[in-house]
Design a protein around this ligand. Structure first.
Ligand SMILES: [Zn+2]
Length: 293
């Protein structure tokens, strides 16, 4: 009887020891698993596609950022990328850039270390590609008294169902059909040309990065502009008009004379179409061109 009790006890200790052994083994495994999962989290930034697309920053602020980048010998696209990431792509508020040197540049290395390179890469290439590709405003500066535009991204549109405006409209101030030549902002290949219901006479140009630059509501195309043709930034592709909003090819006058400009970005962030707000980029290049005149 005594012996068997002792035996039972020792078996119980043996079992406890076994459990303890498992626990000791499991704890480091759990810690490793948590670290592993966290490393994945670090590769995903919490910015919605909508906020990326409606990217808002004034041309003055972009130019200020470029100045700072040059001053501190930081690559401009990289600086703009981290600044956009830190500020939710400028969707929440009008950013005050006046303290950027104290608040951002002095902590730049710490800010960069917050994100893995892999997680930042898609945002960086998105911004870098557009900044590098757009070499000119879509209208020559000699017409700068004839057009007017603002940030109309996200405004409501109703033709063809309720939707948001995914581009920038540049209006002819006097509503005159066909007077303002439209030039390609980038180098690229003409991928689409002709009529579509919403865009009227439109030209779509694919750049080297795979971005798609879309020019719509043209009155007519420039002679020789055709599908597959290579264009360089500054080439005239057509003339500002008011075509579109109809299944009937050639329909004019359903709205004021303007250019609808769209940029559909090629990005790893989504497999769906992503039309980014062109306004910050084109107002920046326009100001740059005006300043260098
Ligand atoms: Zn438009």
């Amino acid at each position: 009887m005594k012996k068997s009790l002792y035996y039972k006890k020792s078996k119980k200790y043996k079992n406890d020891y076994k459990i303890l052994k498992y626990i000791i083994l499991i704890i480091p495994l759990v810690i490793l698993l948590i670290l592993f999962i966290n490393s994945f989290d670090k590769d995903k930034l919490d910015i919605s596609l909508e906020n990326i697309a409606s990217f808002k920053i004034s041309s003055d602020n972009i130019m200020k950022l470029e100045e700072i980048a040059n001053k501190y010998n930081i690559e401009f696209s990289q600086l703009l990328t981290y600044y956009a990431i830190e500020n939710n792509f400028f969707n929440d508020k009008n950013i005050d850039i006046s303290n950027i040197e104290q608040n951002f540049i002095m902590n730049y290395d710490n800010i960069k270390n917050k994100y893995s390179k892999k997680s930042v890469e898609p945002y960086y290439s998105l911004i870098k590609n557009i900044l590098e590709e757009i070499q000119t405003f879509p209208i020559s500066l000699e017409y700068s008294n004839n057009y007017i535009y603002g940030d109309s991204y996200g405004a409501e549109r109703t033709y063809g169902g309720k939707r948001i405006h995914t581009g920038t409209d540049i209006m002819d101030k006097e509503n005159i059909i066909g007077r303002i030549p439209i030039i390609s902002m980038t180098n690229g290949i003409i991928q689409n040309i002709g009529w579509n219901e919403k865009g009227g006479y439109r030209v779509g140009i694919k750049s080297e990065s795979g971005n798609y630059y879309y020019y719509a509501h043209l009155d007519k195309f420039e002679e020789g502009i055709q599908k597959g043709k290579e264009v360089v930034a500054g080439d005239i592709i057509g003339y500002m008009g008011n075509t579109g909003y109809s299944k009937v090819e050639g329909t004019k006058g359903n709205f004021e004379v303007h250019l609808h400009l769209g940029i559909e970005v090629e990005t790893k962030l989504t497999k769906d179409e992503l039309w980014i707000n062109p306004y910050p980029f084109i107002s920046y290049i326009e100001n740059k061109q005006k300043n260098s005149k």
